[in-house]
Design a protein around this ligand. Structure first.
Ligand code: SF4
Length: 208
């Protein structure tokens, strides 16, 4: 295989085909641009940034998979690989849609993994806890650990023990959210304002 900088020619080809497929018919003129300005990308993380960095991150994921042969993709009882696995478990009578990036089997333990391109590793593991309980409800399997695969760090965060997430806790959480929603009570969460599309209309936004 030939190498082109950090990225193999095949990866560039995969990237180009995936980009063409996903962006077909999509007008990116006013696409939201995230991230910070840098010397290389003064216009922040725009299309040019993604066209350069995207293939590098794909290559980095491939390299990580090749180097970690103990991490094997888990398959559902129906034989589907747990890649972008869509599930809709029900908590407190509320269907909760989720798409799990990956579920791996690592030396006998199941590990649910979310792929992230963000700068910071999430401080909350609640998302992984929901995935654990979703898998339990739909497939009756016990997931022990979760992790974030961080593209910018070219690997996984530390494994998180998900044993503290129980069906009872998530039922309470979802049930409380549902009651608040039905009562028209919405508590602002200012942790993710930078990624929110409502900042212009929100009096609580923390976005500068
Ligand atoms: S801008 Fe307002 S609605 Fe958006 S995330 Fe921040 S607090 Fe929530």
């Amino acid at each position: 295989m030939n190498k082109f900088g950090k990225v193999y020619i095949d990866t560039l080809d995969y990237w180009a085909r995936a980009w063409a497929k996903e962006s077909e018919g999509v007008d990116l003129t006013f696409a939201r641009v995230g991230g910070r300005t840098s010397k290389a990308f003064p216009n922040r993380e725009n299309v040019d940034f993604w066209q350069q960095t995207g293939p590098e991150w794909v290559q980095s994921y491939i390299d990580w998979r090749v180097a970690n042969t103990d991490w094997k993709i888990w398959y559902t009882p129906e034989g589907a690989p747990a890649i972008e696995l869509g599930l809709t478990p029900i908590f407190a009578g509320v269907p909760v849609k989720m798409v799990l990036d990956r579920v791996f089997e690592v030396n006998g333990d199941l590990v649910v993994v979310d792929l992230k391109t963000s700068q910071q590793t999430p401080t909350s593991t609640l998302q992984l806890g929901f995935y654990k309980l979703g898998l339990k409800q739909i497939f009756d399997i016990d997931v022990k650990y979760g992790a974030y695969w961080m593209a910018r760090q070219e690997g996984t965060s530390a494994l998180v023990d998900l044993s503290s997430y129980t069906e009872e806790k998530l039922e309470y959480l979802v049930g409380s959210f549902d009651k608040a929603r039905k009562a028209g009570i919405f508590i602002p969460n200012t942790n993710n304002c930078n990624r929110c599309g409502l900042t212009e209309h929100c009096q609580f936004t923390s976005k500068k």
